[in-house]
Design a protein around this ligand. Structure first.
Ligand SMILES: C[S@@+](CC[C@H](N)C(=O)[O-])C[C@H]1O[C@@H](n2cnc3c(N)ncnc32)[C@H](O)[C@@H]1O
Length: 259
């Protein structure tokens, strides 16, 4: 489904453009230059996606087939909305009968077939509001949530990992049997306890770094496939007796980075 990024100028804009030195700080100028010269940004514009992030999901799906057959999808941390655009398409979602619910504390422009909640996912009312809006069990929970950066690397890491962890608990609480969970995490991967919890609840757990995720970024994704279903007495993350064995967690990072 996803093609490699175009290397040229199908948007009519040349790659390798420079931003003139002016009042901008050097770091802002570098960011703008990187953005306008990014082939994924140009391709997103061409294909009508709201963000280059679309290609991360499409590339992960190309290899791991998580979108096909999805009937209901929850998109956590959805703004500006490219993952929701894809989710609405694959579920044939309509405004009359939305099959996709998106949440973000930022405002999202309306999207056909997507029920949007402007709310912090960590708000205690969020899970119930998401489920009421969806009106049924999701078979895919997506989370591209990243905590707003503070500039302190460790703090940012901990806050995003916390979002990933809360999203994982939510997924385990709500997913249909056989469903999948995809979440943004950081290099170094998820904490072992979280991996263990996911391994207990899903048939396969994989760390993925799609090509569309910038090589210099510490971002990566955790994909848990094939939810086993809720079982009474399932062990939780806080169970001190949990035996950690992450040997079965597939790590695609080396392979992907070598490509
Ligand atoms: C990388 S962006 C998501 C991009 C999106 N997947 C797309 O395709 O357009 C991460 C989003 O997570 C949101 N976010 C971070 N923490 C959140 C929280 N606690 N609750 C809701 N949204 C959150 C941010 O506001 C931001 O819009």
């Amino acid at each position: 489904m996803s093609k490699p990024p175009i290397g040229g100028n199908r948007t009519g804009r040349k790659l390798g453009q420079k931003v003139k030195k002016g009042k901008l700080k050097a770091s802002s100028r570098r960011w703008i230059e990187r953005h306008i010269n990014d082939p994924y940004v140009q391709r997103a514009q061409l294909e009508g996606y709201r963000a280059r992030a679309a290609f991360k999901l499409l590339e992960i799906d190309e290899k791991h087939k998580i979108l096909s057959g999805a009937k209901r999808i929850i998109d956590l941390g959805a703004a500006p909305g490219s993952w929701s655009q894809i989710a609405a398409k694959v579920t044939n979602s309509t405004d009359a009968e939305p099959k996709v619910v998106a949440i973000d504390f930022l405002e999202l422009d309306p999207l056909a077939g997507v029920h949007i909640l402007q709310l912090d996912f960590l708000d205690p009312t969020a899970p119930e509001k998401l489920m009421t809006a969806l009106g049924g069990t999701p078979d895919l929970v997506l989370s591209d949530m990243a905590a707003p950066t503070t500039g302190h690397r460790q703090t940012d890491h901990i806050r995003t990992m916390h979002l990933c962890e809360v999203a994982a608990y939510f997924a385990i609480d709500v997913l249909a049997e056989g469903g999948h969970f995809l979440a943004k995490t950081f290099q170094g991967g998820a904490e072992r306890e979280l991996l263990t919890l996911l391994k207990q609840n899903f048939k396969q757990v994989i760390h993925v770094k799609p090509a569309a995720s910038r090589a210099e970024s510490v971002e990566m994704f955790l994909l848990a496939k094939g939810f086993k279903g809720r079982k009474p007495g399932a062990r939780s993350l806080y169970d001190s007796e949990t035996e950690i064995d992450d040997r079965d967690v597939v790590d695609e990072r080396d392979a992907v980075e070598a490509e």
